[in-house]
Design a protein around this ligand. Structure first.
Ligand code: PHE
Length: 489
């Protein structure tokens, strides 16, 4: 018999755990900062309610209806669609390869925090000591043993968390969701009470309304909402597949979506308060302080921590928080892949977990070289801008048109207290695919105008080739014969 969540709380926490991750603490504040602060918050909220949460309902519905992860769930619509489920799973798998690398950095920083080992100049520590950054993607650089050990530790933790499927996950998530939230509260209080914090907060919260006319802001909001909610990767389909038949999908999706957005918002308060303080201490404008992506969490934040009283303690708590936030996102992806393989082959959960984690770990090893950051960046760009829109678009077409949005909505509403109304159909059939299509076309056009990293070899080797590989492997997986238990349609 298929595993189910121990309790409703376990399901909600596990989904929140998947949603809340590195995306909330460094990606969100930075994207928000680049797109006009408050204006982005408004766009984010609109996108969240307009399409993010409806898509989350859809993925839970697909999984619960089929009691199978992505590929099996799409197979139930039509045999031919199984292929598509594997593509979604493949995109998630590539994400976890580099997500674990970011976790490895956090492991290293946690270790260094006891002695503030990143020193006065965290930029040098991060780029030179830890990453041994090479001159570009074509120069492999040296093998960085610390990144490798961090990667190994991260994978061991991930495997330990999902060892026995939903039964262990149901227990672990009480810890991995609540503890980082408590720590986040500590960092918000610390962040907003620092001298000069107001400057950062004003920057974060004051909407620049004219930015709302910027087309790019809306595209950024869509990809951020999808990444943050973990939708468009078949992960929530797999989590939905462990739901009992009478679960209230509409309400669950609302709770999870709002909790995730709230965490991003609160995370922003902590980060921007601290950035305001840094700008104040250095007498610089806030625009000269904040850097996006890895720079924010691994360079700017440690610098701020250095100047706090009890710096090692804050350093330790900050990186443990990042790790705990990241770990349940990482294992949600592994679970999604594992469950898909388990459904297909009938291999035991443990076996599949070990195989998936080992392969992801091995594929992460090339990212332990000096050129790792460049590879990571290219993977991330291609997965977020080509893989994700491809999956969401097809998902909306299959459910919206082939299966029928109205039929799916009726299914979602059966056990839900609050019902999704007719608008849900339009969102899935028109608004979401329309927006995603525009995003997709713009990205493809941009890529053909110029290579992402300014060097076509990189795009082909790490970007396009991975996309083609995912499509190819999906084909192969579809051809493997189905485990007997799951063949009924
Ligand atoms: N939602 C996670 C975060 O915000 C990342 C993630 C993406 C998890 C895709 C699962 C699937 O960090």
């Amino acid at each position: 018999m298929r595993d189910t969540w121990n309790t409703r709380t376990a399901f909600i926490l596990a989904s929140i755990g998947s949603a809340i991750g590195l995306g909330n603490i460094w990606r969100f504040p930075f994207v928000c900062y680049e797109n006009g602060g408050g204006a982005f918050l408004i766009a984010y909220a609109i996108v969240l309610f307009l399409v993010g949460i409806p898509l989350l309902m859809l993925e839970f519905g697909i999984g619960q209806r089929a009691h199978q992860a992505g590929p099996g769930a799409f197979r139930q619509f039509h045999l031919k669609f199984e292929w598509f489920g594997w593509i979604a799973t493949g995109v998630a798998f590539v994400i976890v390869i580099y997500y674990a690398i970011v976790m490895s950095w956090a492991v290293n920083y946690t270790y260094q925090s006891f002695t503030l080992g990143w020193g006065e100049n965290p930029k040098d520590y991060f780029y030179q000591t830890l990453l041994g950054l090479s001159s570009g993607i074509s120069e492999t650089g040296k093998f960085q043993w610390s990144v490798f050990w961090g990667l190994l530790v991260s994978w061991i933790c991930v495997i330990a968390c999902i060892w026995k499927g939903t039964k262990t996950v149901s227990k672990v998530i009480y810890f991995t969701v609540t503890v980082p939230w408590l720590l986040l509260v500590v960092f918000v209080i610390r962040g907003i009470t620092l001298p000069g914090a107001a400057k950062g907060l004003l920057f974060y919260l004051k909407p620049e309304m004219k930015m709302l006319l910027n087309f790019n802001l809306w595209l950024q909001a869509i990809s951020q909402v999808c990444f943050s909610l973990s939708v468009g990767f078949a992960v929530m389909v797999a989590y939905g597949s462990f739901l009992k038949k009478d679960a209230d999908i509409v309400q669950n999706a609302m709770i999870i979506g709002v909790a995730d957005a709230l965490t991003a918002f609160v995370g922003g308060l902590a980060v921007f308060g601290a950035l305001g303080h840094k700008a104040f201490v250095e007498g610089k404008a806030i625009t000269e302080i904040a850097k996006g992506g890895p720079g924010l969490a691994f360079v700017t934040y440690p610098e701020i921590i250095n100047n706090l009283p009890f710096a090692p303690l804050f350093g330790f708590l900050f990186f443990i928080m990042l790790l705990l936030l990241a770990i349940d996102s990482a294992f949600s992806i592994v679970e999604a892949v594992t469950t898909a393989i388990h459904d297909k082959t009938g291999w035991s959960h443990k076996q599949s977990n070990l195989i998936v984690a080992t392969i992801a770990f091995l594929l992460g090893i090339p990212l332990c070289f000096g050129s790792g950051l460049f590879i990571l960046d290219t993977y991330d760009h291609f997965m977020m801008h080509i893989g994700l829109p491809m999956v969401v678009l097809l998902e909306c077409i299959i459910v919206g048109y082939y299966f029928g949005a109205g039929k799916m909505r009726e299914y979602l509403n059966v056990h839900s207290i609050h019902k999704a109304n007719k608008w849900w159909d339009y969102r899935i059939k028109l608004i979401l695919p329309g927006a995603i299509l525009v995003m997709f076309i713009k990205e493809i056009a941009d890529r053909f105008k110029g290579a992402y990293s300014g060097y076509w070899g990189t795009d082909v080797l790490y970007g396009w080739r991975i996309i083609i590989l995912i499509i190819f492997i999906s084909f192969v997986m579809t051809k493997i014969s189905q485990n007997k238990e799951n063949t009924e349609l």
